[in-house]
Design a binder for this molecule. Structure first.
Ligand SMILES: Cc1cc2nc3c(=O)[nH]c(=O)nc-3n(C[C@H](O)[C@H](O)[C@H](O)COP(=O)(O)OP(=O)(O)OC[C@H]3O[C@@H](n4cnc5c(N)ncnc54)[C@H](O)[C@@H]3O)c2cc1C
Length: 511
């Protein structure tokens, strides 16, 4: 399909969440011409928008930082990249505090565990990511020269001699080529590959799939966090785990508090809690003993729901929530392709086998700026982007009238049943074969909607990396649980790298 050249940028940032917006602001501050390209409206899409706005970060005191690092590593089951964690710890507090500059309404407090301030916390009141993303967009529009391109989906990166040259984007079924000296990928995660998810429908793994097609490997893709704190009926809402410190409980169908035996009860690591929930026939959120003052002040949506649905039971279930894996992150956010940087959930390596609550937004505030600054530095050292060609060719399927919804739904259903909380070799093997069958089906379709087709292709690539990596890891660790290998095995202390075709395992000591 003929692809028209649309524009040139020094730094092209892909994504409309917080990681992308921070990267764009910092690249612009460095004096570069920046374009922010987002599939849906920047600031009104992605996980940042629907997040609970909670940033947890290490305090300044060294002893408390050590404690924070120990907790972080314990949560990631020892396979977090220590260099990345060091950066998060050293810069987290300063970078979250710096967000005030953009007018973000964050309230800061200390979290006190056993009398020790283990971490600091900043969040909005009420806890809504929208209170961060909307002012951030406003800041970009009014205080920076960043050009925002809403509604453009990045389809594939363009490369020349191992260096990124821009990308192909789609809007309204037409393709465009956008040239750039440097590109920052901040396309978020891929929760939408699962039938049950807390993610928005734009999170279809596009960044992972583009990276793989450009020849990069992804790491830790088997580690998908399932969030145990979602109520799905009679109304849908997320619960911030603090609520359990104020008297809330999870009860099973027999009225038992099934987390009673665990030291942190419902505040156990998310993977442990999610699996325990998965084993119950039904899980109800019991708020009968919850402090009403806390509820009204901190969780007004739940408070309102209690009144509106008085006498009804709030049922909860785990949902696919966060991808620990992704494009291998480095402290300077560079990737294996010159000029290509990544930040936010599309990257992998910081969180290891499981993510600690409140650390993803802190991650965006640390690595978003780093990606923007490094991309700007790279762009400053490049020659002008050439206007060598006005049109490009990009292979797309023959247009037709077919809908890809069936393929997409079949994939999401299968990922939930076979590649979610409890995994086995036979189910994973069948999942890998089903993904291949669905890929064949997709290749044969004549789509009515090109964007849906591109998204579906990306979901299949991402799902394949998750299922393949899960199949190789013959142990249970963090968010990855194998029924046939229920124990953690020290032989698997390391990361699996996948390029969508082959896999390799790198031991921690060989990294
Ligand atoms: C319900 C929920 C609550 C959460 N609460 C918290 C919390 O309180 N604290 C915390 O630390 N973490 C939380 N998280 C996790 C955290 O919100 C995310 O990890 C983080 O916001 C990711 O930011 P991001 O900018 O990398 O990606 P996102 O915010 O997901 O943004 C990705 C952006 O990229 C765009 N995009 C995707 N593909 C393309 C493409 N091909 N072309 C162009 N644009 C594209 C999307 O439309 C979107 O705008 C929560 C997550 C969820 C789902």
């Amino acid at each position: 399909m003929e692809t028209k050249k649309l524009c040139c940028a020094d730094v092209l940032v892909v994504g409309g969440g917080l990681a992308a917006m921070y990267a764009a602001v910092h690249a612009a501050k460095a004096g570069q011409k920046v374009v922010l390209l987002s599939k849906k409206k920047a600031g009104l899409s992605g996980a940042s928008l629907v997040s609970m706005s909670v940033h947890r970060f290490a305090p300044h005191a060294q002893t408390h930082r050590d404690e924070y690092i120990r907790n972080f590593m314990a949560s990631g089951k020892g396979i977090n990249d220590p260099g990345l964690l060091r950066k998060l710890v050293m810069e987290g507090a300063r970078q979250v505090e710096a967000l005030r500059e953009y007018g973000l309404p964050l309230h800061f407090k200390t979290m006190d565990f056993k009398g020790e301030p283990e971490a600091y916390l900043a969040c909005c009141a009420p806890k809504s990511g929208r209170l961060l993303t909307c002012p951030m967009r406003h800041y970009i529009e009014t205080k920076t020269g960043v050009a925002i391109m809403d509604g453009y989906m990045a389809v594939d990166l363009t490369l020349q001699d191992g260096q990124v040259k821009g990308l192909i984007a789609e809007k309204d079924q037409l393709l465009y080529a956008i040239e750039a000296k440097a590109v920052v990928l901040a396309t978020g995660g891929a929760g939408y590959i699962y039938e049950s998810t807390s993610n928005t429908s734009d999170l279809t793994g596009d960044g992972y799939a583009m990276a793989v097609r450009a020849g990069l490997e992804l790491r830790d893709m088997e580690f998908v966090q399932f969030y145990p704190y979602r109520v799905y009926t009679p109304v849908q809402f997320d619960i911030f785990p603090d609520i359990f410190a104020y008297g809330a409980r999870f009860l099973n169908e027999k009225g038992e508090r099934f987390m009673e035996a665990y030291p942190k009860k419902e505040q156990e690591n998310r993977d442990v809690l999610a699996r325990c929930m998965f084993r119950q026939a039904e899980v109800a959120l019991d708020l009968s003993g919850c402090d009403p003052v806390y509820l009204e002040k901190e969780c007004p949506n739940i408070f309102e729901a209690c009144h509106k649905f008085r006498g009804r039971r709030f049922l909860a279930r785990p949902v696919a929530h966060f991808m620990m894996g992704g494009i291998p992150l480095k402290a300077d956010c560079a990737t294996g392709i010159r000029g290509l940087y990544c930040c936010g959930e599309v990257s992998g390596g910081l969180h290891g086998a499981n993510r600690m609550a409140g650390s993803a937004l802190t991650e965006t505030s640390v690595f978003g700026p780093a990606a923007g600054i490094r991309a700007a530095e790279f762009a400053a050292g490049c020659k002008a982007v050439g206007a060598a060609r006005d049109t490009f060719d990009y292979d797309v399927p023959e247009p037709g009238r077919e809908d890809v919804t069936e393929v997409r739904q079949a994939l999401r259903k299968m990922m939930w049943s076979s590649v979610s909380l409890m995994r086995t070799e036979s189910a994973l093997g069948e999942a890998c074969r089903e993904i291949e069958r669905l890929e064949q089906r997709l290749l044969q379709t004549r789509p009515a909607d090109l964007r849906r087709w591109f998204e579906c292709r990306n979901m299949l690539v991402t799902a394949k990396c998750v299922a393949d990596s899960a199949m190789l890891r013959n142990e249970s660790r963090g968010a990855h649980a194998r029924e046939d290998y229920p124990a953690e095995d020290p032989a698997w202390t390391g990361s699996i790298y996948s390029n969508g075709k082959s896999l390799r395992f790198v031991r921690e000591e060989d990294r």
